[in-house]
Design a protein. Sequence first.
Length: 190
Amino acid sequence: MAVKKTKLNGVFVIEPSVFGDERGWFMESWSKQRMEAANLHYDFVQDNHSYSAEKGVLRGLHYQNEPMAQAKLIRCTRGEIFDVAVDIRKNSPTFAFWFGTILSAENHKQLLIPRGFAHGFLTLTDDVEVQYKADNFYAPRFDGNIRWDDPDIGIDWPFEPTILSEKDRNAPLLKDRVRNNEINFLFELL
């Protein structure tokens, strides 16, 4: 397993070792022991699985506030996505910075996103399945979202999405969430 740092403190691209032969392939998608050996300590308590039928579906940018914030380990098990993390930790030197990468069933990569980040993805193919682990339970009362096309964040999506939920289409800008004190993450060195 390779753990690769990104430009955002605490966000990592995980590249599992994949062993293949004439039968197909095998990989460990999660190993607490291997992650802790890489100094990544997470106690995942919930697995989530989404399906998107068409190319161009955008889900995000979502987050949960404290005390129900979630770290996530995301992987695409069918199709391909452009997966994004946005730093929303107040006073972080990378506040409002983003990192994006392609996750696919073919490349087996995973994105590890700590608490204090918003997350979203755009489907790059039809018939996409995304699975992710979370280290805290979903709590609607602490749920928040930010516009996918917020100009202060400036995510360089591969193309404009064609399908969004009403919630995501009408999400507020990050500066409005901050002004209204609707984001309560303080910068912590991870």
